[in-house]
Design a protein around this ligand. Structure first.
Ligand code: FDM
Length: 228
């Protein structure tokens, strides 16, 4: 990163439950540290803030919230951190987020009415509150089939960790990825699908090969905004 128009990248890791996303994110973070690259790591939902605590109670089913209300809380939880993300990359520290706006859309738009199986919240409605958030330079989507997830011991106990839900979430991620495009044009978010069903070390290497050039080279030009 040579002159003042360069900044650090903003990278998002998205994925299905049981895809190894959290382990891979931790691995990437420590590898960057080992190379002497200080990185700022965030996880959404950020359960430590007041908004995050409301989200946590909902996910653990200790509270009930209207589907729209919780969707807006997830988005607000990102907006709480938006200016920090901007400042951090401008100060040339890379930002890595475990989940972001794409989770927000995928999980909410995947909800259906219990009676008739029809979508509960329109896709566009789900996207609207996140329009204008800092746009990542790179999204790695960790994809895994429901069969592979089952073979890894199945899902946990939180609200959305059920097979039918995960199948619909996967479909929503596919749609989001398609709409993002391959993103190879300069200044556009690059969306990469990672086959997370492979050996951990293979996935780790692929992630490193995608992330390390960006981090080492930096990005020219300001952070963009999502969907504007
Ligand atoms: N989730 C996460 C949402 O429904 N919307 C969001 O905006 C975000 C960021 O919360 F089931 C869901 C996805 C997942 C749950 O995520 C908690 P972690 O990664 O398991 O903590």
């Amino acid at each position: 990163m040579s002159n003042s128009t360069w900044r650090a990248p903003f990278i998002v890791i998205e994925g299905l439950d049981r895809s190894g996303k959290t382990t891979q994110t931790a691995n990437l973070y420590s590898r960057l540290q080992d190379e002497g690259i200080q990185t700022s790591l965030h996880k959404f939902p950020d359960r430590t803030t007041a908004i995050g605590q409301m989200i946590n109670a909902y996910l653990c089913s200790t509270s009930e919230l209207d589907d729209r209300a919780v969707h807006l809380l997830f988005s607000a939880n990102r907006w709480e951190l938006a200016s920090t993300i901007e400042k951090t990359v401008s100060a040339r520290t890379p930002v890595i987020c475990d989940r972001y706006a794409f989770s927000g859309i995928a999980f909410s738009a995947a909800k259906v009415h219990s009676g008739n199986g029809q979508p509960l919240l329109p896709f566009e409605w789900c996207r609207a509150p996140d329009v204008g958030l800092p746009a990542p330079d790179l999204v790695l989507f960790f994809d895994i089939t429901p069969e592979q997830a089952k073979a890894r011991g199945g899902y946990g106990d939180e609200r959305y960790e059920k097979e039918e839900m995960q199948v619909r979430v996967r479909e929503m991620y596919r749609r989001i990825g398609e709409e993002m495009g391959a993103g190879d044009a300069p200044g556009k978010t690059k969306w990469v699908v990672i086959d997370a069903g492979r050996e951990r070390e293979v996935v780790q290497e692929e992630v490193w090969n995608l992330v390390s050039p960006l981090v080492k080279r930096g990005i020219e030009g300001p952070l963009r905004r999502l969907w504007v």
